[in-house]
Design a protein around this ligand. Structure first.
Ligand SMILES: [Zn+2]
Length: 127
C-alpha cells in the first residue's frame, strides 16, 4: 500500500529526529499533506497510528495538515486553492479539481503550484 510505505518513511524520520534530540517520547506529529499528492489522509493517519505503537512515538497524536495548492494567473491574481475547492471535506483524489480553473479576475486558466508536499511540519517531543 502506497500510504504504508510513506508512513514508514515519515516514521523513520520522526524516530531519528527524536533520538537526535534526546527525546523520551513524542506527544504529537504534524504532517503536511499536499492535496495533489494522491495520498489518502485517512489511510496515512491509520498507518502512522499503527506504526507509532511500536516505537518511541508510542501514543503520539497524529495531526494531518492538508496543504492546498496556490492558484496563480498570468494577470497577477493568486489565491489558495481552498477557495476553488467545492469538495472541502472530501478526499480529493482527483487533481482535476485544481485544473481548468478560470481566473476570477480575467477568465484565463490558472496554474496550480504547490500542493504536492508530504512533509513533517513539526514534532512535539517530550524531553
Ligand atoms: Zn487572471
Amino acid at each position: 500500500m502506497h500510504e504504508y510505505s510513506l508512513a514508514c518513511e515519515i516514521m523513520d524520520n520522526v524516530i531519528s529526529i527524536s533520538e537526535t534530540n534526546g527525546a523520551k517520547g513524542v506527544n504529537s506529529i504534524t504532517v503536511g499533506v499536499g492535496k495533489l499528492t494522491h495520498v489518502n489522509p485517512d489511510q496515512l493517519t491509520f498507518c502512522l497510528e499503527s506504526l507509532v505503537s511500536e516505537n518511541i512515538a508510542r501514543g503520539a497524536e497524529i495531526i494531518l495538515n492538508e496543504i492546498y495548492p496556490e492558484m496563480e494567473c498570468q494577470c497577477g491574481f493568486s489565491d489558495s486553492g481552498k477557495r476553488f475547492c467545492t469538495t472541502d471535506d472530501e478526499v480529493i483524489d482527483d487533481i482535476r479539481v485544481f485544473l481548468d480553473v478560470p481566473c476570477p479576475e480575467c477568465g484565463e486558466m490558472m496554474q496550480a503550484s504547490g500542493g504536492r508536499e508530504l512533509i513533517i511540519e513539526s514534532i512535539d517531543i517530550e524531553q
